[in-house]
Design a protein around this ligand. Structure first.
Ligand SMILES: Cc1cc2nc3c(=O)[nH]c(=O)nc-3n(C[C@H](O)[C@H](O)[C@H](O)COP(=O)(O)O)c2cc1C
Length: 180
């Protein structure tokens, strides 16, 4: 069984990227993967200062250890000013090859405006830099304020099916690449 860790790059309590992450995590779990979401809203992380140790911030070790034990990742970022959020970038900056090298990653972006792939392309580039394997399937949700109902479910059936394909690819490719 592969282990997938999900990280959402928004600290907003009603965050749509956190909702999208939850849906992706559920779909991956249904396919038999073990899933853990690291909710950055409930963790206290410092800005990366380029140092190795952050003794005043035990959650840095929690982030690093949890990701290190994982086979794959789901990263969900809001689009901020045409790119990834600082929150997701900082979480990634707090880690290095020790945690990220060889991991299989699926990427999701959530936008207030029209759907595009800017944040996804930037996140793909970042993940390439830390030697992760990013699956080709990806999800961008435009005008996210209209994409979910009050229970956090997706309103668009086609978008929901895209999550199924995304989850299947993530589990299949993680299993192939990590040998579980
Ligand atoms: C600082 C900032 C920058 C943003 N930049 C963009 C942007 O470039 N394109 C866009 O479509 N939406 C942009 N938005 C809107 C967010 O993508 C949108 O509100 C999204 O739902 C935020 O993610 P969340 O719901 O997970 O918090 C921006 C929002 C903020 C706060």
């Amino acid at each position: 069984m592969v282990k997938i860790v999900g990280i959402g790059g928004s600290l907003r309590w009603e965050s749509y990227s956190q909702q999208a992450l939850k849906i992706a995590a559920q779909r991956v779990e249904v396919l038999g993967a073990e899933v853990e979401i690291l909710d950055l809203r409930q963790m206290r992380l410092p800005f990366c200062d380029g140092g190795k140790e952050y003794p005043d911030y035990p959650d840095v070790e929690k982030l690093r250890e949890t990701v290190k034990q994982a086979d794959g990742l789901i990263l969900a970022t809001p689009e901020y000013h045409g790119s990834v959020s600082g929150v997701i970038k900082n979480a990634l900056d707090l880690m290095s090859f020790e945690q990220l090298d060889g991991k299989v990653a699926g990427l999701i972006s959530v936008l207030g405006g029209q759907v595009n792939s800017n944040a996804l392309n930037d996140l793909r580039l970042i993940m390439r830099w830390v030697h992760a394997w990013v699956i080709p399937e990806q999800i961008a949700i435009g005008q996210a304020w209209g994409a979910f109902n009050e229970e956090g479910k997706l309103l668009d059936e086609k978008l929901s099916q895209r999550f199924d394909g995304f989850a299947q690819s993530l589990v299949d490719n993680t299993t192939k690449l990590r040998g579980n």
